[in-house]
Design a protein around this ligand. Structure first.
Ligand code: SF4
Length: 455
């Protein structure tokens, strides 16, 4: 599928669309879902049910001004140790409820900055997961690392613990861009980190890049892409930066006048796409790339690509158990999010409860729409008749009207019971998904929610 945008698709580029790592999105979560509900669903997990375990580490050494994550800058390591103790308690409490049920296929440490923690602490958390939830030799371990915080033998020790997949936040290599986002990390730093990973036998290295950052130009981003390709990561995620200072006050530190225009954003996106494809990477979904022999590319080829709270994944587990402040678990028919505030997270655990503070139990209709949205994002097509059969005639008419408008613009085509995103329109996949979403204005409307830009 060629990626280049047709001129008349540019009108969609001002629209903001949810990332759809869940449906309905976390913005619709409320306090009706409690720790009691989450515990009840945990008890229903069967003996061999595949599990994906997510561990959230909210601490960072310094704040990147573009950041949209749930994080806090922390300078007192004693507070991190307290957090680790709470994580251990949470893991053991979940383990008591599961009582041996479920099989973790993967454990992912995300943040924040997981390597804000020393490797000893990461090993303690992993040990707790092993004793309470069970790990096998085939459980895949992944971790996000800030290259600025990698110390001495960290990478080798993480590899010894079994981490076979490491993601690095790169964003951009240009010094001016890095200064404008308050994230200074030299190319040599990243190059050394990649060298250490390869030397330690880590064979799945992932980079995160951002386009649309302040001071980015096509020339500077070409240089970032050339450097990226030279380091040959196995996967690359290239996200569009969403500047939402009203919702994310830290982004007010970014000088708006230095942000690239919509036209330049498109150029940056197309440039990155063309360079990744020319370098032999496979396009995955609408914002990921992988080497053809990478597990993510294999999953895509074999129709097994999935989307969860970490983005596109080859993980087949449909159940995610997430620990740590703000972490979101997903068990069929329930999203359960832990307290975001650290004090509240500690209080809930201290009272002998799970840390769930809010969530959502999607209705049958929402689950069908959610499945269709996932299909659109992962496979660029979906059986739309399944959705139309489950919504009211009024809603069905509204959805068809929005899809017809997208068809008239050549963004999708109807193929019997299916709708398919057309060649080149992959970057608009979230716009198409939004046409099915009863909570969003269709296609061109803006909402006041902190959504990411579609491109
Ligand atoms: S290191 Fe990551 S989580 Fe921390 S502030 Fe920067 S972007 Fe946000």
């Amino acid at each position: 599928m060629m990626r280049f945008m047709k001129p008349h698709w540019r009108k969609y580029l001002g629209a903001r669309a949810p990332r759809y790592t869940s449906f309905p999105s976390a913005l619709h979560f409320d306090e009706q879902v409690t720790a009691v509900d989450f515990a009840a669903r945990l008890r229903e997990i069967s003996l061999y049910e595949p599990l994906s375990i997510y561990v959230h580490v909210p601490f960072c050494r310094q704040m990147c001004w573009y950041c949209g994550c749930s994080m806090r800058v922390e300078n007192d390591y004693a507070r991190a140790l307290r957090y680790v103790d709470a994580l251990l308690l949470e893991v053991s409490r979940i383990g008591e409820i599961l009582n041996g049920s479920g099989q973790p296929l993967s454990v992912h440490f995300g943040g924040g900055t997981p390597n804000y923690l020393q490797v000893d602490e990461i090993a303690r958390i992993l040990g707790a997961i092993e004793s309470s939830l069970g790990l096998t030799d085939s459980t895949k371990l992944a971790i996000e690392l800030d290259p600025r915080l990698i110390r001495g033998s960290d990478v080798a020790r993480l590899a010894m613990l079994g981490f076979g997949r490491i993601s690095i936040g790169v964003q951009d290599f240009d010094p001016d861009v890095q200064a404008a986002i308050n994230r200074i990390q030299s190319f040599e730093l990243v190059e050394n980190a990649v060298g250490e990973m390869r030397g330690a036998g880590v064979n799945d290295i992932s980079f995160d890049l951002l386009f649309g950052l302040p001071k980015q130009t096509p020339a500077s981003f070409r240089d970032t892409m050339e450097k990226t390709i030279a380091l040959a990561p196995d996967r690359v995620a290239i996200f569009g930066y969403a500047h939402l200072p009203a919702a994310l006050p830290r982004q007010r530190l970014i000088e708006e006048s230095t942000l690239p225009s919509s036209d330049i954003r498109i150029e940056l996106s197309e440039l990155a796409d063309a360079m990744m494809i020319a370098a032999g990477y496979r396009r995955i979904g609408f914002d990921h790339y992988a080497k053809p022999d990478n597990a993510l590319a294999r999953a895509d080829r074999e129709g097994r690509l999935r989307r969860n709270f970490q983005g596109f994944t080859d993980d087949i587990a449909e159940t995610t158990i997430a620990v740590g402040a703000s972490a979101i678990s997903e068990i069929e028919g329930l999203y359960a999010q832990n307290a975001k505030d650290l004090g509240e997270y500690y209080d809930r655990l201290g009272r002998g409860e799970l840390a769930t503070a809010r969530g959502l139990a999607p209705s049958p209709r929402e689950r069908i729409i959610g499945a269709a949205i996932r299909d659109l994002l992962c496979r660029f097509e979906t059986e739309i008749s399944a959705v139309l059969a489950r919504v009211s005639p009024h809603e069905a008419n509204a959805i068809c009207g929005r899809l017809d408008a997208l068809e008239a613009d050549g963004v999708i085509e109807w193929r019997g019971d299916l709708i398919a995103i057309t060649e080149g329109a992959g970057p608009l996949a979230r716009i198409v998904a939004m046409a099915l979403d009863p909570y969003e204005n269709p296609v061109c409307g803006m909402t006041n929610r902190p959504f990411a830009r579609a491109i």
